[in-house]
Design a binder for this molecule. Sequence first.
Ligand SMILES: *Cc1c(COP(=O)(O)O)cnc(C)c1O
Length: 546
Amino acid sequence: MKNLVFDINVILDLWLERQPEDQLRLIASLIDGQRSGLARGWIASPSLHVLEYLARAQFKREGADPEEAKDRVKRLLANLLQRLNPLSSFGFHQDAALLAQTDLEDAQIVAAAAELQGPTAIVTNDKRFDTTGTALVQFRPAEVSAWLKQLPAEQLPNEQPLAFVDIKTQQNAIRPALEQQIHRVLHHGQYILGPEVTELEQQLATFTGAQHCISVASGTEALLISLMALDIGPGDEVITTPFTFVATVEVIVLLGATPIFVDIEPDTANIDASLIEAKLSEHTKAILPVSLYGQPADMGAINAIAARHGHLPVIEDAAQSFGASYQGKRSGSLSTIGCTSFFPSKPLGCYGDGGAIFTSDDRLAQACREIRVHGQSARYVHSRIGVGGRMDTLQAAIVLAKLPRFEHEITQRQAVARQYHDLLAMEEQGITQKQKQDIVRALPCSSVAKPLPWPKPDRTSVFAQYTLRVQDRDRLQTKLKEQGIPTAVHYPVPLNEQPAYRHLCCPDCTPVAQQLAREVMSLPMHADLSAVDQQRIVTALKASGV
Ligand SMILES: *Cc1c(COP(=O)(O)O)cnc(C)c1O
């Protein structure tokens, strides 16, 4: 969506009725643009008090008594702020050159507007802003409609490279909340375990349905601390998948334990629960499934196996699946412990590193809390060995700003995935599930690319990735890249074939992981992917011989 930043002279025209009727209607409709999907409207926050002062002075000049003028302006401002987003600038105060040479209020407006993502115009009446060095344009209200009608750059047929994950559009949508949250932290200064950390933990626990949420420094740290809380160490075995991001396995090995790799299902790329029992031994201390690409692993089956074998703890690596559900429960709350990551490109990301642990076991929650701060149970009492693993307050504040939009983003991601799926999925008529799996299994010799099957009926995915199985992946990636379409491979090498880990397991013991590692390729995926861009991606894919 395009951005309109309003100069106060336009708003004063409206409030003081200084223009002909049709002009006033036009201004009102521009200010209301966000509701009609026309443009997102903003007012630089330094303009607000100037606006208030000028309007009040004018009402008094027109004969209103001071209290009445004050009330009237208050009502007008409240109404305005239901339509326009306040916008501040993080950069201006430090810019001595700007302070020295320019009209201060104008410079603030320009500095704030220039921080918005995407096409941005200042709406002003008579004066010209000094927008040198910015991509900003400026118009009178009467000229704005024409600018808005021009297709935004992202909707024109173009060769501009697309983003694999776009978190800029999201930033505009939540900008006022982001600024509020960040300023709140700057103001109270409790950068470590501040109030936002507690608030986030409460909100996330409620979101997942787990009793406890312990925020931590990253997804990797969440996994490490969870394994430490379960006392996993040398001589212990942890059942897991080789088809995941390295962190899942890294933490097991770091603690001196041994990962035992179990192959994956070809249709979900998650650990194949039916193969787990054969790998259990007297040394098995935990099962660590990963909910890859955003779809929960078969947690019911895994929990049942764990229960049958001495109540083994099950740790879900939900770094990619936060927000997804399994049989009506949220990922992260499906087993003994759930771990997630707020790495910026994950479905729920912060602006740095962050992560969280979920559990409904009071004792484990306490252990995780202590391990997160150097095993400290009271100040300078180190009851156990721990790490420096806290999530910082600023990152918690960022996630808090993102949470209100998260459900909408999940729905959007699912809609984008559905659209990809409909455009790409094989003709399903007359093909049984079994036949389909056989086809997918036999894919390396096939001449086609296929999406992974739609998530199973008892679960939802947040589509951290939208993943295909393709033939001749390198060539396809190169061809798409030439057309500005980024793709990614999660993951090109199963972990039991990586130099640092291959001594831990025969690589050939997980043939499905081996095969998927050769074939998978993910397409751009984010909540704000436009239909036009998606069509461009699919067209390019089909034109590449797919
Ligand atoms: C991203 C990711 C992690 C690690 O999370 P960080 O926050 O980057 O440490 C662990 N496991 C999986 C499956 C991931 O995708």
